[in-house]
Write a protein that binds this ligand. Structure first.
Ligand code: HEM
Length: 511
C-alpha cells in the first residue's frame, strides 16, 4: 500500500457535492477525482512531507462546457442516468412520484436514486427513454453515482420481493399502501399532545409533545418524503411537510437524507451523516482525532438533547447557501424554498408563540425545553444506532471496509447498503419507528411502505445468508444501543486511519 503526500485546496471542497458537482474550481483543484462534500476538513495524503497540488489532473472542464455554469446546459433541467444526459423538463409535471421528488435528480447523476426508488425499474426506464437526450453533454464532468441495478444481490432480492411479497400487485401501488392507519395514529397522538401542551405548557406536556415530534420525524415525514406513505404523491408531499411543523425542513431533509445519506451510506466523503457532527463527535476513525474524542461516548449524551436546535441553524444556512452540508439543491423550486420559511414560521408559532401568548414566557420556555430535549434524544439515538456499530462501520479491515474502500462507481451498492446498516427488534419497533428499526430493508427499498419491511426482511436475510454477507440484526433496542456506545468509545480512541482515493491512501485533515 503506497502512502503519498498531498494537501488539498479548500476552494475545491466549496463546490463539491454528494452525487452532484465535481467541484471544478478553475483556480486550484484537488488531485483526486472523487467529489467531496464541503466540510471543515480537507484531504491530506498521509505524508512524510506535504505539498500543495495546483495542477488539475483529472477535473478540468471538459470540452462540452461546464454543465452547472454554461447557459448551453443550465437552460435544461438535466439529469444523468447510466452515462446519458436527459432533459427532464417535459416530465416535471408528469412524474407519477411527484415533481418534488423528481427535482432531486436535477443537476446530478441520478442513477442510484432512480434504481433504488422504482420497484418496477423497467417501467421507469421506458418513460426515461422517451425523454430528450442531450447530445454533446459533458457527462464526464459529473461524478458517477452508484448503479444499484448492477448489484447481483439487489436484483435477486428485488425480484423475490416482487414475486413473493407483492405478487404482481405492485402494478396497483401495493408497495406504497398499508401505512394509512399508522399515519392516522401518529397524527391523532400529535394533535392530542399539542392540545395538552397549549392547555398547560410545562416540561411534562412539552416532553409528550416531543415524543409526537420524534414519532412524526421517524414515521410520517420520513416515509412521506421518501414517497412511500401513499400511492398519491400529493399525500406523500403533505405528510413530508409535517417535518417542517415538527421543527425540521422537508426540503433540506430530502437532499441531506436521500441524496447524500441514502445513496452513499457510511461513505466518509459523501454521506453527510458521517461528518456533519465533526469535530464535536467523531463518527468514523477516518476523521481526525482530537484529545476529547476518547470521551465522546460520555459527553454525547449532553450534546444529543440539542440536536433540534442544531437543525434550526443548519436549515437556515442551507436555505441561504442552496445546499445542505453534503448536497447542492440544484433542482429546488422557488415554491419549495418558500415552504421552508413558511414551515419555520409555523413551527416557531406553534412551539413558542402560542404557548407564550397563552401562558407567559416562563411556562413556554419550560414546555419548549421539554419538547426539544425529548424529540432530540429520541431522534439522535434511533438514527445513530442504525449505522454506527462495529458491524456497519468496522474500525478494522473486513468486508464493510473493503466495500467502502472501492470507488463509488465500482462498489456493489446493494452489498454496501446491507453492510452499513443494522436492524433491531421486530413488529412493535417497526410500528413506532416507521420501519427504521429494519434499517437494512429501508435502505434497500426507501420507497416501499414500512409495513412491508418485516416480510421483506426474511428475503433479505436469506439472500445475504446464501452469499455469506453479514446481516446485522439485534433483538432489542437496548442491545444495539450498548453496541453503539461501545462503538463510539472505540471510534473516539482509535488512531486516524487513511482512506482510499483513486487507489491511493489519503488522510483527512482539518483545515
Ligand atoms: C429521472 C427520471 C425519472 C423517471 C423517468 C421516473 C419515472 C417514474 C415512473 C414511470 C413511475 C411509475 C412507476 C410504476 O408505476 O411502476 C415513477 C414512480 C415513482 N418515482 Fe420516479 N422517475 C424518475 C425519477 C425519480 C426520482 C429521482 C425519484 C426519487 C428521488 C423518484 C421516485 C418515484 C417514486 C417514489 C415513485 C412511486 C413509486 C413507484 O411507483 O414505484 N423518481 N417514476
Amino acid at each position: 500500500m503506497q502512502v503519498v503526500n498531498v494537501k488539498a485546496s479548500c476552494s475545491y471542497t466549496r463546490k463539491a457535492d454528494a452525487c452532484g458537482r465535481l467541484g471544478p474550481c478553475r483556480a486550484v483543484k484537488s488531485a483526486f477525482s472523487s467529489a467531496r462534500p464541503r466540510g471543515s476538513w480537507s484531504i491530506t495524503r498521509a505524508a512524510t512531507a506535504t505539498r500543495v497540488v495546483e495542477a488539475p489532473p483529472k477535473t478540468s472542464i471538459p470540452s462540452g462546457g461546464d454543465p452547472w455554469e454554461d447557459d448551453k446546459w443550465t437552460k435544461y433541467k438535466w439529469t444523468i442516468y447510466r452515462g446519458v444526459a436527459y432533459d427532464l423538463t417535459p416530465y416535471l409535471d408528469r412524474h407519477p412520484g411527484g415533481r418534488w421528488l423528481l427535482n432531486l435528480a436535477i443537476g446530478r447523476d441520478a442513477t442510484a436514486l432512480f434504481e433504488s426508488y422504482h420497484l418496477r425499474p423497467e417501467v421507469a426506464v421506458a418513460h426515461l427513454k422517451r425523454l430528450p437526450v442531450l447530445e454533446g453533454f459533458p457527462v464526464e464532468a459529473v461524478p458517477q453515482a452508484p448503479r444499484p441495478n448492477d448489484s447481483d444481490l439487489y436484483n435477486a432480492i428485488r425480484q423475490r420481493v416482487r414475486k413473493e411479497v407483492f405478487k404482481g400487485s405492485e402494478v396497483k401501488g401495493a408497495h406504497r399502501s398499508g401505512s394509512e392507519g399508522a399515519a392516522l395514529a401518529v397524527l391523532s397522538y400529535a394533535a392530542a399532545a399539542y392540545a395538552l401542551y397549549t392547555y398547560d405548557a410545562n416540561p411534562l406536556t412539552g416532553g409528550l409533545l416531543g415524543l409526537a415530534g420524534a414519532w412524526i420525524g421517524l414515521t410520517i415525514q420520513h416515509c412521506g418524503n421518501h414517497g412511500a406513505m401513499s400511492t398519491n404523491p400529493i399525500v406523500n408531499n403533505l405528510l413530508g411537510l409535517t417535518n417542517d411543523l415538527a421543527g425540521g425542513s422537508s426540503l433540506m431533509w430530502r437532499y441531506h437524507h436521500q441524496v447524500s445519506h441514502h445513496v452513499h451510506c457510511n461513505d466518509d466523503a459523501f454521506d453527510e451523516d458521517v461528518f456533519s457532527a465533526f469535530p464535536f463527535l467523531r463518527f468514523d476513525d477516518r476523521l481526525p482525532r482530537y484529545w476529547y474524542h476518547p470521551y465522546q461516548h460520555i459527553y454525547m449524551w449532553i450534546l444529543f438533547p440539542f440536536l433540534q436546535l442544531v437543525f434550526q441553524v443548519g436549515d437556515w444556512k442551507a436555505l441561504l447557501d442552496n445546499r445542505t452540508v453534503g448536497a447542492t439543491m440544484y433542482g429546488a423550486s422557488e415554491f419549495e424554498r418558500q415552504t421552508v420559511v413558511a414551515g419555520k414560521l409555523a413551527h416557531y408559532t406553534l412551539l413558542y408563540g402560542l404557548p407564550a401568548a397563552l401562558h407567559g414566557p416562563s411556562a413556554m420556555l419550560a414546555g419548549a425545553a421539554g419538547y426539544l430535549f425529548t424529540q432530540s434524544i429520541v431522534l439522535a439515538t434511533t438514527f445513530a444506532v442504525s449505522h454506527n456499530i462495529s458491524e456497519t462501520k468496522s474500525l478494522d479491515a473486513g468486508p464493510t471496509r473493503d466495500n467502502l474502500d472501492q470507488p463509488v462507481a465500482e462498489r456493489d451498492w446493494g452489498v454496501q447498503q446491507v453492510l452499513t446498516s443494522a436492524n433491531w427488534g421486530g413488529d412493535v419497533g417497526n410500528f413506532f419507528t416507521g420501519g427504521l428499526n429494519l434499517q437494512i430493508e429501508h435502505h434497500l427499498f426507501p420507497a416501499i411502505s414500512f409495513l412491508h419491511y418485516p416480510a421483506i426482511s426474511k428475503i433479505v436475510a436469506d439472500e445475504c445468508h446464501k452469499r455469506g454477507i453479514n446481516y446485522a440484526h439485534y433483538t432489542t433496542l437496548p442491545e444495539i444501543l450498548s453496541s453503539f456506545v461501545r462503538f463510539m468509545a472505540d471510534a473516539g480512541s482509535a488512531p486516524q486511519k487513511p482512506v482510499r482515493r483513486d487507489g491511493e491512501m489519503v488522510m483527512l485533515s482539518k483545515l
